[in-house]
Design a protein around this ligand. Structure first.
Ligand code: NZQ
Ligand code: ZN
Length: 389
């Protein structure tokens, strides 16, 4: 199947401030009269000095702080931040942390003035959200692309749900990306970042050809960069060159550039979110479990792009087609394993019986036609997860 590039409108309003010392730019990015809700996670920013630098840059602005946004930000926690923000009449949300803190900030920004039940925002996937407070972000973990997109994924442990929402109102107005703020990350989180960004590219690239030469070449360059700098930055976490390339690669993987005008998949992510909701497996690890198995299952409809991926990303040009595809899928699994991310459900002590449960949950949400062709049914999801056992 070969399509044309689809019509598109592209607008990414996030101003990026990249590099050493950029936290000081907060002072010129935030209006002096801003009433700021600083949102943070479990305290990494206090240990690595980021918090002190942010507070210094904020100067005499009115600031209230909310710590405790967990990895896979929880709806009930975020509602406490909303309450605080309403009471303090904040006018800006300032997440300082990883994708979870940034995503949490997006829900808080959308919920503060929202009249109905804020759970509707992710539950009804409200793309027509009327309004959100402005967000300025300080990113400390390269992975999700949340620093320059309009997406957020919210978890609700009380009901074991994890749901995304997308709105043009929640793009950060600006994001500060200082690679040095990420030097303190433990290897597990660096690997998660590499693995997540890699999968974001695959979800927008490994579909079917759409005559989108720039998007394809750009996607391939982001993947090759991740393959090249990933191991380097894991081995030497304070190497600025490797880390700065990881940070920018992760942003480029999900800021919209490679996704314009092309078909997109996202089934790996939707299945992965259910695995996190059910078993608390790290986001990137769920992708590593699902992706190789999904590519194997979808090797027919994805044939042309799999061959292009084999050729341009893994330099696999010899041998029959089915072998090149097998080797490209094996390389993908091997890449995750090489950065320390296990790729089997059993590695996470999860039994194959989760396959039916995930399929059931997706069905109950009406997610019965996943993938770029809408041909990944709950039955196929179950098979994909059984193959990933
Ligand atoms: O909470 P703290 O103490 O800050 O510690 C965090 C957390 O424990 C720690 N950390 C962050 N920066 C650090 C650091 N530790 C030391 N030094 C630093 N500089 O890392 C841990 C994980 O942080 P988290 O924010 O959860 O990680 P990540 O950035 O990978 O975000 C994952 C979340 O983003 C969602 C995922 O589903 C998941 O909920 N996603 C969001 C997307 C989006 N908005 O577009 C797309 C993605 O596909 C993804 O689904
Ligand atoms: Zn992801």
């Amino acid at each position: 199947m070969l399509g044309d590039m689809e019509n598109f409108t592209f607008h990414n309003p996030t101003r990026i401030l990249f590099g050493r010392g950029q936290i000081a730019s907060l002072d010129k990015e935030l209006p002096t009269e801003a009433r700021v809700l600083l949102l943070a996670g479990g305290g990494s920013i206090k240990k690595n000095g980021v918090y002190d630098r942010v507070i210094k840059a904020l100067g005499s602005r009115h600031v209230v702080e909310f710590f405790g946004v967990e990895a896979n930000p929880d709806f009930d926690t975020l509602m406490k931040a909303v309450e605080l923000g309403r009471k303090a009449k904040v006018t800006w949300i300032l997440p300082v942390g990883g994708g979870s803190v940034l995503d949490g900030a997006k829900l808080v920004a959308a919920a503060i003035d929202y009249k109905g039940d804020p759970w509707d925002i992710p539950a009804k996937r409200m793309s027509d959200l009327p309004h959100a407070l402005p967000i300025g972000a300080v990113l400390t973990l390269p992975a999700t692309g949340s620093e320059s997109n309009g997406a957020a994924v919210i978890s609700r442990r009380a009901t074991k749900e994890k749901l995304p929402f997308i709105s043009p109102h929640v793009y950060p107005r600006f994001s500060i990306l200082d690679p040095e703020t990420t030097f303190s990350l433990p290897p597990r989180q660096i690997a998660n970042g590499i693995g997540d960004a890699f999968c974001h590219v695959i979800e927008q690239y490994l579909t079917y050809p759409a005559n989108a030469a720039v998007q394809d070449r750009f996607a391939e360059s982001v993947m090759r960069t991740l393959i090249e700098v990933g191991p380097k930055t894991l081995a030497n976490p304070t190497d600025y060159d490797a880390r700065s390339n990881l940070v920018w690669a992760a942003t480029c993987a999900l800021n919209g550039w490679i996704g314009v005008g092309v078909p997109q998949d996202w089934a790996t992510h939707m299945i992965g979110h259910e695995l996190t909701a059910l078993h608390e497996i790290d986001h990137a690890c769920t992708l590593a479990i699902v992706l190789p198995s999904l590519l194997h299952m979808q090797r027919g409809p994805k044939r042309a792009k799999l061959l292009q991926y084999a050729d341009r990303v893994w330099d696999l040009r010899d041998g029959p087609e089915h072998e090149r595809i097998d080797r490209a899928i094996a390389k993908t699994r091997g890449f995750y394993e090489s950065i320390g991310i296990k790729t089997r459900l059993s590695d996470y002590k999860v039994g194959a019986d989760t396959a039916a449960e995930v399929a059931r949950r997706l069905k109950s949400r009406g997610m019965v036609e996943l993938g770029e062709h809408g041909d990944i049914t709950p039955e196929k999801v179950e098979q994909i997860l059984r193959t990933a056992a």
